[in-house]
Design a binder for this molecule. Sequence first.
Ligand code: NAP
Length: 268
Amino acid sequence: LKDEMKNEVAELKKQGVTPNLTVILVGDDPASRSYVRGKQKASDYIGIESNLIELSSETSQNELLKLITQLNNDPNVHGILVQLPLPDHINEQSVIEAISPDKDVDGFHPVNIGRMMTGQDTFFPCTPYGIIQMLKSKNIPIEGKHAVVIGRSNIVGKPVGQLLLKENATVTYCHSRTKNMEQFIATADILIVAVGIPHFIDGTHIKPGAVVIDVGVNRIEDGSLTGDVEFASAKQKASYITPVPKGVGPRTITMLMGNTIKSAKNNL
Ligand code: NAP
């Protein structure tokens, strides 16, 4: 995918447009810094111009909103991404809503979420869209399948369920108040786990042959990263399973690159 995007960017450059992704990082959270580095590396590979604006954790919400307005008005900027989480004194939703929907390459703005819900083409949230692309690239059928999504966050759970529905799956959402979750897991043809608890699910209840997508990224005591799914036992049951790390994560970044290119094309 990245090589295809590289070619697309080369074509755009011939037409005088260099896709630009501007990332704003507030504060010095090591995990956020590492995600931002990953995004810059992918941008460099594909030929997307990436600007990183680093702000101190003391930055006020107003200062951040003013900066976003400037970037909204800058015709050379095609994608604006504010790395989350933000310091506690800044309201994340206000920041998300300040980004122009036309430059919202994360796909978090309510306008873009509304477009997605109503079946319009838009910037889809990167992790959910990456999951759909991954299933399609592996020729995994979605239509008519029972997809169970554990987690209902605005950035992963809810949108991945919507995109699965768009692909004609029958979708069940599970969350912290779901009772007897095992019964849903046991009937899932496609199981998406986005909870944020290490090894929340093991192979016990997984339906033989199910497709298991582990979205969780959890740092455990020994410093390593692990998913929400206990890989070894789940692998015994699954026909296809994503590892953590190097599973869903890299796709997320690639989708972000795709959205930035799409935005640049919209400006031709
Ligand atoms: P989040 O906002 O914390 O949402 C977690 C969801 O899990 C909530 O809907 C919550 O239910 C549900 N949950 C929590 N405890 C549960 C339980 N005991 N039983 C059932 N459901 C439970 O997290 P998120 O942002 O969606 O992220 C989830 C995970 O994915 C995290 O590990 C995160 O790091 C990872 N992630 C990875 C990528 C990637 O690119 N690979 C991208 C984004 C996130 P309630 O709504 O009822 O509270």
